[in-house]
Design a binder for this molecule. Structure first.
Ligand code: S3P
Length: 183
Protein backbone atom coordinates (compact mmCIF):
# COMPACT_ATOMS: atom_id res chain seq x y z
CA UNK A 1 0.00 0.00 0.00
CA UNK A 2 1.32 3.44 -0.89
CA UNK A 3 2.20 5.50 2.14
CA UNK A 4 1.04 9.08 2.17
CA UNK A 5 2.33 11.85 4.32
CA UNK A 6 0.24 13.85 6.69
CA UNK A 7 -1.21 16.99 5.19
CA UNK A 8 -1.16 18.76 8.55
CA UNK A 9 1.36 21.49 9.31
CA UNK A 10 4.43 20.33 11.21
CA UNK A 11 5.77 22.44 14.10
CA UNK A 12 9.18 21.75 15.57
CA UNK A 13 9.47 22.52 19.24
CA UNK A 14 12.21 22.23 21.88
CA UNK A 15 14.63 24.22 23.97
CA UNK A 16 17.11 26.79 22.64
CA UNK A 17 19.81 24.96 20.70
CA UNK A 18 17.63 21.91 19.98
CA UNK A 19 18.11 22.39 16.22
CA UNK A 20 14.57 23.47 15.34
CA UNK A 21 15.58 25.83 12.53
CA UNK A 22 18.26 23.68 10.92
CA UNK A 23 16.19 20.48 11.15
CA UNK A 24 13.14 22.46 9.99
CA UNK A 25 14.90 23.57 6.82
CA UNK A 26 16.14 20.05 6.08
CA UNK A 27 12.70 18.57 6.79
CA UNK A 28 10.90 21.13 4.61
CA UNK A 29 13.25 20.35 1.76
CA UNK A 30 12.66 16.59 2.13
CA UNK A 31 8.89 17.11 2.17
CA UNK A 32 8.89 19.67 -0.64
CA UNK A 33 7.27 22.18 1.71
CA UNK A 34 8.07 25.74 2.65
CA UNK A 35 9.95 26.47 5.85
CA UNK A 36 8.94 29.17 8.28
CA UNK A 37 10.78 30.31 11.42
CA UNK A 38 8.47 31.93 13.98
CA UNK A 39 11.25 34.18 15.36
CA UNK A 40 11.85 35.54 11.85
CA UNK A 41 8.13 36.10 11.41
CA UNK A 42 8.05 38.04 14.69
CA UNK A 43 11.02 40.16 13.60
CA UNK A 44 9.32 40.93 10.29
CA UNK A 45 6.00 41.86 11.93
CA UNK A 46 7.62 43.99 14.62
CA UNK A 47 10.35 45.54 12.47
CA UNK A 48 12.98 44.74 15.12
CA UNK A 49 15.14 41.82 16.15
CA UNK A 50 14.19 39.41 18.94
CA UNK A 51 17.00 40.92 21.07
CA UNK A 52 15.62 44.44 20.49
CA UNK A 53 12.11 43.36 21.46
CA UNK A 54 13.45 41.87 24.72
CA UNK A 55 15.46 45.05 25.40
CA UNK A 56 12.56 47.41 24.71
CA UNK A 57 9.57 45.46 26.00
CA UNK A 58 11.10 42.77 28.23
CA UNK A 59 10.08 39.14 28.06
CA UNK A 60 6.35 39.86 28.48
CA UNK A 61 6.38 42.09 25.40
CA UNK A 62 8.17 39.41 23.42
CA UNK A 63 5.67 36.73 24.53
CA UNK A 64 2.75 38.90 23.40
CA UNK A 65 4.36 39.43 19.98
CA UNK A 66 5.12 35.70 19.76
CA UNK A 67 1.50 34.68 20.49
CA UNK A 68 0.18 37.21 17.97
CA UNK A 69 2.53 35.97 15.26
CA UNK A 70 1.62 32.34 15.97
CA UNK A 71 -2.13 33.01 15.92
CA UNK A 72 -1.82 34.92 12.68
CA UNK A 73 0.12 32.06 11.14
CA UNK A 74 -2.42 29.48 12.33
CA UNK A 75 -5.30 31.49 10.90
CA UNK A 76 -3.65 31.86 7.50
CA UNK A 77 -5.21 29.18 5.29
CA UNK A 78 -2.56 29.79 2.63
CA UNK A 79 0.05 27.80 4.52
CA UNK A 80 -2.17 24.93 5.55
CA UNK A 81 -0.58 21.60 4.85
CA UNK A 82 2.36 23.15 3.11
CA UNK A 83 4.55 24.33 5.92
CA UNK A 84 7.20 23.19 8.34
CA UNK A 85 7.50 25.71 11.16
CA UNK A 86 10.25 26.12 13.75
CA UNK A 87 8.85 27.65 16.93
CA UNK A 88 10.94 29.54 19.47
CA UNK A 89 12.12 27.68 22.57
CA UNK A 90 9.48 29.32 24.75
CA UNK A 91 6.50 29.21 22.39
CA UNK A 92 5.22 25.76 23.37
CA UNK A 93 5.82 26.48 27.07
CA UNK A 94 2.92 28.97 27.01
CA UNK A 95 -0.44 27.24 27.64
CA UNK A 96 -2.26 29.66 25.35
CA UNK A 97 0.02 28.80 22.44
CA UNK A 98 -0.33 25.06 23.08
CA UNK A 99 -4.11 25.43 22.99
CA UNK A 100 -3.99 27.35 19.73
CA UNK A 101 -1.77 24.66 18.18
CA UNK A 102 -4.04 21.89 19.41
CA UNK A 103 -7.13 23.62 18.04
CA UNK A 104 -5.37 24.00 14.69
CA UNK A 105 -4.63 20.22 14.75
CA UNK A 106 -0.93 20.94 14.41
CA UNK A 107 1.59 18.12 14.48
CA UNK A 108 4.21 19.05 17.06
CA UNK A 109 7.58 17.34 17.11
CA UNK A 110 9.85 17.80 20.12
CA UNK A 111 13.60 17.80 19.42
CA UNK A 112 15.28 16.55 22.57
CA UNK A 113 18.86 16.94 23.82
CA UNK A 114 20.48 17.10 27.27
CA UNK A 115 21.14 20.48 28.86
CA UNK A 116 24.95 20.40 28.36
CA UNK A 117 24.54 19.68 24.68
CA UNK A 118 22.01 22.50 24.27
CA UNK A 119 24.47 24.86 25.96
CA UNK A 120 27.23 23.82 23.57
CA UNK A 121 25.02 24.26 20.52
CA UNK A 122 23.86 27.73 21.65
CA UNK A 123 27.47 28.82 22.20
CA UNK A 124 28.47 27.49 18.78
CA UNK A 125 25.87 29.32 16.73
CA UNK A 126 25.60 33.05 16.15
CA UNK A 127 21.97 33.63 17.12
CA UNK A 128 21.58 36.23 19.86
CA UNK A 129 19.43 34.63 22.57
CA UNK A 130 18.56 36.97 25.44
CA UNK A 131 17.55 34.04 27.66
CA UNK A 132 20.74 32.07 27.08
CA UNK A 133 23.19 34.63 28.47
CA UNK A 134 22.78 33.66 32.13
CA UNK A 135 23.70 29.97 32.56
CA UNK A 136 21.72 29.51 35.78
CA UNK A 137 18.63 30.95 34.20
CA UNK A 138 19.20 28.76 31.14
CA UNK A 139 19.24 25.64 33.34
CA UNK A 140 16.20 26.78 35.33
CA UNK A 141 14.17 27.46 32.20
CA UNK A 142 15.10 24.05 30.83
CA UNK A 143 13.79 22.32 33.97
CA UNK A 144 10.65 24.45 34.05
CA UNK A 145 9.75 23.67 30.46
CA UNK A 146 10.37 19.93 30.40
CA UNK A 147 6.81 18.97 31.39
CA UNK A 148 5.24 21.27 28.81
CA UNK A 149 7.52 19.96 26.04
CA UNK A 150 6.35 16.41 26.79
CA UNK A 151 2.92 17.39 25.50
CA UNK A 152 4.25 17.37 21.93
CA UNK A 153 2.57 14.84 19.66
CA UNK A 154 5.95 13.27 18.74
CA UNK A 155 9.48 13.27 20.16
CA UNK A 156 12.87 12.75 18.57
CA UNK A 157 16.14 12.41 20.44
CA UNK A 158 18.73 14.44 18.52
CA UNK A 159 21.82 13.41 20.50
CA UNK A 160 24.68 12.25 18.28
CA UNK A 161 22.58 12.60 15.13
CA UNK A 162 23.12 14.84 12.14
CA UNK A 163 20.50 17.35 11.06
CA UNK A 164 19.71 15.18 8.03
CA UNK A 165 19.30 12.06 10.19
CA UNK A 166 16.84 13.85 12.49
CA UNK A 167 14.89 15.16 9.48
CA UNK A 168 14.80 11.64 8.04
CA UNK A 169 13.43 10.27 11.33
CA UNK A 170 10.67 12.87 11.32
CA UNK A 171 9.72 11.93 7.75
CA UNK A 172 9.47 8.35 9.06
CA UNK A 173 7.16 9.45 11.87
CA UNK A 174 4.93 11.40 9.49
CA UNK A 175 4.79 8.49 7.08
CA UNK A 176 3.80 5.99 9.74
CA UNK A 177 0.95 8.04 11.19
CA UNK A 178 -2.45 6.36 11.02
CA UNK A 179 -4.85 7.59 8.32
CA UNK A 180 -7.09 9.24 10.96
CA UNK A 181 -4.27 11.23 12.51
CA UNK A 182 -2.83 12.05 9.13
CA UNK A 183 -5.55 14.37 7.94
C1 S3P B 1 13.45 31.81 23.39
C2 S3P B 1 14.04 31.14 22.35
C3 S3P B 1 14.45 31.81 21.10
C4 S3P B 1 13.63 33.09 20.87
C5 S3P B 1 13.69 33.95 22.08
C6 S3P B 1 13.14 33.28 23.33
C7 S3P B 1 13.05 31.05 24.60
O1 S3P B 1 14.29 30.93 19.99
O2 S3P B 1 12.30 32.78 20.56
O3 S3P B 1 15.02 34.35 22.27
O4 S3P B 1 12.27 31.57 25.41
O5 S3P B 1 13.50 29.89 24.74
P1 S3P B 1 15.26 29.65 19.74
O6 S3P B 1 14.72 28.52 20.56
O7 S3P B 1 15.11 29.40 18.28
O8 S3P B 1 16.63 30.04 20.13
Amino acid sequence: MARTLSTRRVFLIGFMGAGKSSVGRALASRLGRQFCDLDQLIEKREGRTVAEIFAEREEAGFRAAETQALEELLQDPAGKGDLVIALGGGTFAQAQNRRALEEAEAITVLLEAPLDELRKRCTADETVRPLAADQERFARLYEERLAAYQMATHKVNTMGKTVEKVAQEIVGILTSMTPESRR
